[in-house]
Design a protein around this ligand. Structure first.
Ligand SMILES: C[S@@+](CC[C@H](N)C(=O)[O-])C[C@H]1O[C@@H](n2cnc3c(N)ncnc32)[C@H](O)[C@@H]1O
Length: 205
């Protein structure tokens, strides 16, 4: 079990320690990510539960399996029993510890939305987004089935032309497809601004 930070969750905001992890304005974007990434009957791995917005959309897509990796028990609050009734299992740890232990080629779609490692300083820039995605993509690609995909949010909407990202894809035999989604975060949001964001889908060549 990871060291637990105090978690406070409402319908519209999740705070982990002193930082805001996710807010309710992302609901449509989270649904869009799941619609683009998850097919009916998939074996799905969700990384980072947050407010459960993506989780609800995964449930609606009738997956064959739905696993959740989430280090903080407190994010589930009183809904833990309800979540457990609908998923294959919750693994309470960080992805960094669990992904290396996962069996290869067993997951069709991964919704990757953990907090960035240094989320206090995460600005949503293309550089920060690359760092957020890089280690996960390298570690998790081995657990994808042949047609499997990793989905994550790019608030900068610049990752698909960012040279280090293109190099990472090439070195690892991967490709990406991007889907634009218009967002209107509240004024003062530290990691996103009004305009197009993108859902990035990474899969094997
Ligand atoms: C941005 S929120 C996820 C939002 C979620 N997709 C939703 O629809 O509400 C990030 C979540 O990742 C969790 N998290 C933080 N670090 C993590 C790690 N290393 N591995 C897995 N989950 C992590 C946080 O506790 C939080 O629940």
């Amino acid at each position: 079990m990871p060291q637990q930070e105090p978690v406070s969750s409402s319908l519209t905001e999740l705070q982990v320690g002193s930082r805001t992890s996710v807010e309710g304005w992302e609901a449509a974007l989270q649904r869009f990510m799941v619609q683009k990434a998850v097919c009916r009957g998939d074996r799905v791995l969700e990384v980072g539960y947050g407010l459960g917005m993506a989780s609800a959309a995964i449930r609606s897509s009738a997956p064959r399996e739905h696993w959740i990796i989430e280090p903080y028990a407190g994010v589930f609050g009183l809904s833990l029993t309800d979540v457990l009734d609908h998923v294959s299992g919750i693994l309470m740890s960080r992805w960094q510890e669990l992904i290396p232990l996962w069996r290869d080629e067993t997951i069709d779609s991964i919704i990757y939305d953990a907090d960035p490692e240094h989320c206090d300083s995460f600005t949503g820039s293309v550089e920060d987004t690359f760092i957020f995605a890089r280690d996960f993509v390298v570690a998790a690609q081995k657990i994808l089935t042949k047609n499997g995909r990793i989905a994550f949010i790019d608030f900068s909407a610049e990752l698909q032309t960012f040279k280090p990202f293109l190099g990472l894809l090439e070195q690892n035999g991967l490709r990406c497809a991007c889907h634009a989604h218009f967002i209107e975060p509240p004024l003062g949001c530290a990691y996103a601004k009004t305009g197009n964001s993108q859902i990035v889908l990474v899969s094997r060549l």
